[in-house]
Write a new protein. Structure first.
Length: 288
């Protein structure tokens, strides 16, 4: 597994990437350690192309309050439970570790976190029972289990045992990795996955961490954000720009096969009195 960059390496990267006239935003010493997290881009094919499911975070959220995001969150002890990993179908631990550049157990935890957070926040369960996709519509047992997971009183292993399900890690396709800029007091090291919306399910925000939800074409989300009608944070916008080039979900998923993914660590600089974002190897000053 590649080590996270040191404070000096981060400082040098900022100085190398920034345009000569831009002033780097001050980085704390030491910077906050990023928390491992997983994000899931749930997609479906609409009449006019790919649509993504997005959630509006609660205004009082300590991260991206009021913004529209993809389902996701940080790894916790439930995702690291070895018992939960025995119910996970998908890449073997070694393959997962190589794929997402993490230790074996951590790699499986990223997949379990992605599945858990997507169920908690969006009501979408990437799992199978007796080898078949699970149809949740109208089944209150799953709704109750979702509430139990949301309040952190239940484990993934207990959920799998109770319902006789297996978590479908093979439905998660690794798409990108974003690391929060080093100046931020709260930082995340987020693996982004793509997953197709399962049949027989209806997504719905949790009305706790998220207060609204929608299916939307990536290009429409970008356009509405430019018009001030739709709030999105920088990594979400850049991800939507990447998604907008695909004609359908099959093409999108196929693009992930064998894809070389490197962590994207943006830096923030001040140019002409305005905060701008600089991406590794890209001299362009991006709007935040």
């Amino acid at each position: 597994m590649a080590e996270r960059p040191s404070q000096e390496e981060i400082r040098q990267r900022v100085l190398e990437d920034r345009p000569s006239f831009a002033i780097p935003v001050e980085i704390p010493d030491p910077p906050a350690v990023p928390r491992d997290s997983a994000t899931v881009i749930v997609v479906r094919d609409g009449a006019e192309g790919i649509e993504v499911f997005m959630l509006e975070r609660h205004l009082n959220s300590d991260f991206a309050g009021g913004a529209y995001v993809f389902p996701g969150g940080t790894i916790d002890e439930r995702d690291l439970d070895p018992a939960a990993a025995t119910y996970l179908d998908g890449p073997a631990a070694g393959d997962a570790a190589t794929l997402i550049d993490a230790p074996h157990e951590r790699a499986l935890a990223f997949h379990l976190c992605a599945i858990r957070e997507t169920f908690e926040e969006a009501g979408i369960l990437l799992a199978r029972k007796d080898g078949a996709p699970i149809k949740l519509t109208g089944d209150e047992r799953y709704a109750e289990r979702r509430r139990v997971l949301c309040d952190r009183s239940g484990s993934l292993a207990a959920f799998a045992t109770e319902f006789g399900v297996r978590f479908a890690g093979d439905l998660l396709h690794y798409f990108s990795r974003w690391v929060t800029p080093a100046f931020s007091p709260k930082r995340y090291d987020a693996r982004f996955f793509v997953a197709e919306m399962p049949e027989g399910q209806e997504p719905l925000h949790d009305d706790v961490e998220t207060t609204a939800s929608t299916w939307i074409r990536p290009a429409d989300a970008i356009a509405q954000a430019r018009e001030g009608l739709f709030s999105i944070i920088f990594p979400t916008r850049k991800t939507l720009e990447q998604l907008a080039v695909f004609d359908d979900s099959n093409e999108l998923i196929a693009s992930t096969f064998g894809k070389k993914i490197e962590a994207i660590l943006p830096t923030v600089v001040i140019a002409d009195g305005q905060a701008k974002v600089v991406l590794p190897g890209d001299p362009t000053l991006h709007e935040p």
